[in-house]
Write a new protein. Structure first.
Lengths: 321, 324
């Protein structure tokens, strides 16, 4: 798909919006507005934006636990992100879910909810339902390098391939599974190398290049929609931030490497490309940035003022009548 | 009324529900052309084809996960976990996903998933093909549990399970597969949460689960000859649990024996017994007695198996103890 100016604006906006929401959430952790572990994805915004921005409304998107970018790119509102993180009654799960529960059934956003990597087998059911209903929707699941080592990945990918299910597996390889580097925990040079074991395409792209991510994912989505089965896209990036926002120092991180990756910031890179190719002026981008700042500020303020759920709600909703 | 095997009753429930609702489909190991490891799905592959009777690889985690996922997306899967013991393999998908999804993620979601889990020992299956892992499932909020004893209950409860909008673990007992019984003609369902008083009595109340109903009825018949009148209650579902019927009986007899084939410690009988304590303590004339599998893995040699599992004798012994 050739990108129009409007498409470029969407990609840029989703990346910057993700960054600015996460910057605000980082402050919110210090303000003690968020009671659970907050996993942020600074420097990884190109993958959610490149992978989810152009999905159709009925396509299913499963974010990772570091999933603000995936959810925003699939269309959840900034306000809903804050209400969920702040455990408000107005949030998508009304104070029952948490950081991994950015869900909105109306836009096909199914949440990362599960044990990490548990969704590898759940999405087989999503894909199977799509195939049996012949609704031509595609399931896009983001996952990290860390959970790629779970047995669920093997069972899910094998079954999805046997049944030719419309699933796109996007590995957001940020190099770290908490403190254990991917270079140690994964036996092959790339996670995508494993795709061969399931007889499906597996490609590696620069995860800090939003257009490269978009192109690879689009090809895989088109293939899935045509009924040709699942594919894997591995987007290589780096966790320049912390595993989760915590006062405990991450003594294992190689600061020199982090500095190198910070220079490859995906937003800076894309901004430069848009200006160099005269798609957008720097003034227009600055204007967008300001509007996003305002949107985040207002959403945060509103969410902060929203009520918490009343205690009686704890006992509702277990079963569907 | 037609005479039907327990397996035939399950098979006909599946067949009728698949005819009734095209969203219903089956998934599991060897359930297709082979008809299931114990023949329960025999003939369904021929009738409904490979799209709706899906053989899977040995991937319990993916079977349970895909079942939950497909249910979340509007299908009504019925999965077979070949041995209930294998629920432990896919317990994360059952307890973290299927059971909790709706509560945690909101009322726009539901998980109409039926999990058929053949269970039971008494067949030299050994430590990982003989268990009745009911208690771990009962422990998790958000899962309904059916434990049918008769062919009629098997059919009526399975239909209710498939039509229920929530995850249901349907524990079938392999020792009951060959039993015959009257099954109503045509479409019928049995509601969850309604116990069946299998035999009325006035001296002691036995609450027995699944195949244990059969052993308990034998024990009751023997004891009757000794002049002991035993009431036998089959709860039929453990979640929801019909405590009203149990409490009513306890208030009448004042003496209770709880029988379960699952490992005794922290089993369903502990829960039922405690609820009796909470609700009918003053009616009790003697301590509640429990019979269940001993707290060891299930062995294979008959002399060992015989002392690990409940028997008619051990149930009779417990009744006598309750009468002291």
């Amino acid at each position: 798909m050739d990108l129009t100016k409007e498409n470029h604006i969407k990609l840029y906006r989703n990346m910057v919006l993700t960054r600015k929401i996460e910057d605000r959430l980082r402050i919110a952790v210090k303000e003690r507005k968020i009671p659970f572990a907050m996993h942020l994805g600074k420097g990884q915004e190109a993958i959610g934006a490149g992978g989810a921005t152009f999905l159709q409304k009925d396509d299913i998107c499963i974010p990772t636990h570091r999933g603000v970018g995936h959810a925003i790119s699939k269309g959840i509102s900034t306000y809903k992100v804050f209400t969920e993180m702040y455990c408000k009654k107005t949030g998508p799960t009304a104070g029952k879910g948490g950081a991994t529960n950015l869900v909105d059934e109306n836009i096909g956003l199914c949440g990362a909810y599960n044990s990490i990597g548990g969704y590898f087998v759940i999405v087989v059911g999503y894909g199977l339902a799509a195939q049996m209903k012949e609704d031509k929707s595609v399931v896009v699941v983001f996952f990290g390098d860390g959970c790629s080592n779970r047995g669920t990945a093997h069972e899910g990918m094998n079954l999805a391939s046997i049944w030719k299910l419309p699933i796109v597996w996007i590995c957001e390889n940020n190099g770290w599974s908490v403190s254990v580097p991917a270079s140690f925990s994964i036996a092959t040079p790339n996670v995508a190398d494993r795709a061969a074991a399931y007889n499906m395409p597996g490609v590696v792209v620069d995860g800090n290049d939003v257009l490269a991510v978009h192109e690879a994912v689009q090809a895989a989505v088109d293939r899935a929609r045509a009924g040709l089965g699942p594919s894997m896209v591995e987007a290589k990036t780096y966790r320049v931030g912390m595993h989760y926002e915590s006062p405990r120092p991450e003594n294992y991180m190689p600061t020199e490497v982090v500095k190198e990756w910070e220079k490859k910031d995906p937003i800076d890179r894309y901004r430069k490309l848009l200006i160099d190719k005269k798609i957008m002026t720097s003034a227009a981008l600055a204007q967008m940035d300001q509007e996003i700042d305002k949107e985040v500020e207002e959403a945060e303020k509103t969410a902060a003022k929203d009520p918490f759920p009343e205690p009686s709600l704890a006992f509702e909703g277990l079963y569907t009548p | 009324m037609a005479q039907m095997l327990y397996t035939e009753a399950i098979n006909s429930a599946l067949r009728e529900e698949m005819e009734r609702d095209k969203r219903v489909f089956l998934m599991g190991e060897d359930i297709g052309i082979y008809g299931g490891s114990r023949g329960v799905t025999m003939g369904l592959f021929d009738k409904f084809g490979p799209e709706r009777v899906r053989d899977t690889p040995i991937s319990e985690t993916a079977i349970m996960g895909a079942g939950a996922g497909a249910a979340l997306r509007g299908m009504r899967p019925v999965i077979e976990i070949m041995y209930a013991d294998f629920l432990y393999i896919c317990f994360d998908e059952l307890s973290s996903t299927a059971a909790k999804w709706r509560y945690v993620n909101g009322p726009q979601f539901s998980v109409p998933l039926t999990i058929r889990a053949p269970m039971g020992g008494y067949g030299a299956g050994g430590s990982i093909h003989s268990q009745c892992p009911i208690a771990p499932v009962l422990h998790v909020p958000g899962i309904k549990i059916a434990v049918p004893y008769t062919p009629s209950d098997a059919k009526g409860l399975l239909k209710t399970a498939i039509r229920d909008n929530n995850p249901v673990v349907f524990f079938e007992h392999r020792s009951l597969y060959g039993t015959r019984g009257e099954v109503p003609d045509g479409d019928f369902t049995i509601p969850f949460g309604v116990a069946d008083v299998k035999r009325e009595g006035k001296d002691v109340t036995i609450v027995a689960i699944s195949y244990m109903v059969q052993l308990s009825l034998k024990a009751a018949a023997d004891l009757e000859k000794e002049g002991i009148s035993v009431e036998v209650i089959d709860p039929r579902t453990l979640e929801p649990l019909d405590m009203d019927t149990i409490i009513k009986s306890v208030k009448k007899t004042g003496r209770v024996v709880l029988v379960d084939e699952d490992t005794l410690r922290a089993g369903s009988t502990a829960e039922i017994g405690m609820q009796i304590m909470e609700n009918a303590y003053r009616s009790l004339k003697a301590p509640i007695q429990r019979v269940g599998a001993a707290n060891v893995p299930i062995p294979v040699a008959a002399p060992l198996v015989n002392v690990v599992f409940p028997s008619v004798d051990s149930i009779k012994q417990a009744v006598r103890k309750a009468l002291q």
